[in-house]
Design a protein around this ligand. Structure first.
Ligand code: DX5
Ligand code: ZN
Length: 219
């Protein structure tokens, strides 16, 4: 595998200096910028909202990989689109009519990602896998950065890879939560395409160098 993408999670950035933090991302080899939106209902935390993200979007030179940890994400389709979002990720557990939401995201001109909590099996995607552009597997329970990687995610990546092959689907696999050089290496071996990394890159002494090392896991 040579084309491993890195999507730094803004949640781990220093919010008192977002401009400087975004400059680090822009100057690095990172592929995307991962943005975690929370509502205090779907997850037990609240991060940032659209008034702040408007400025983040303006400063980011990387495509936006937006992860909505909110109930009824379709209510905010227009706001997400207006940020210039490339990939809109909604949770499987938050969408009663997932197929409709996926179509709405694509009709709005964005790529559509579906996200699974750690307890949701990959087999639930059997009838939607050919409609999505990406599957985001949570390797921690969503809501907070800096948590410990849940080991079963490795099995889920393998299961998802085999579902994608069997269905001949054109879908990326992204993993989010507790990704570092050690878990990242094993995820790459299992067949991941995109690694989200919060604390590992933002708390590193050299942001760009850490992104570089993560990208090198693919070689
Ligand atoms: C958790 C978020 C993650 C988080 C990852 O709810 O979805 O994107 O920022 O942070 P780390 O990489 O520190 O686990
Ligand atoms: Zn996330």
């Amino acid at each position: 595998k040579t084309d491993l993408k890195i999507s730094p999670s803004l949640l781990a950035a220093d919010f008192s200096n977002l401009e400087l933090e975004l400059e680090k991302v822009n100057q690095s080899d990172a592929d995307w910028l991962h943005i975690d939106i929370m509502d205090g209902v779907f997850v037990p935390n609240i991060s940032f909202g659209f008034p702040v993200l408007k400025y983040v979007a303006k400063l980011s030179q990387k495509p936006l990989d937006v992860h909505l940890m909110i109930v009824q994400p379709e209510k905010f389709l227009r706001e997400v689109k207006e940020l210039g979002t490339m990939m809109m990720n909604v949770h499987y557990e938050a969408c009663v009519h997932l197929h409709r939401v996926i179509q709405q995201i694509k009709d709005a001109g964005m790529k559509a990602g579906v996200t699974l909590n750690p307890s949701t099996p990959v087999s639930m995607l059997e009838d939607i896998i050919n409609d999505v552009d990406m599957v985001l597997l949570m390797s921690v329970n969503p809501g907070f950065g800096g948590q410990k990687f849940i080991e079963n995610t490795i099995n889920k990546v393998r299961a998802l890879r085999s579902l994608i092959d069997r269905k001949q689907a054109d879908v990326l696999i992204e993993v989010d939560g507790g990704v570092n050089l050690e878990t990242g290496a094993r995820l790459v071996e299992a067949g991941v395409d995109v690694l989200v990394t919060g604390s590992t890159v933002f708390k590193a002494p050299d942001f760009g160098e850490m992104v570089h090392q993560l990208k090198s896991l693919a070689h």
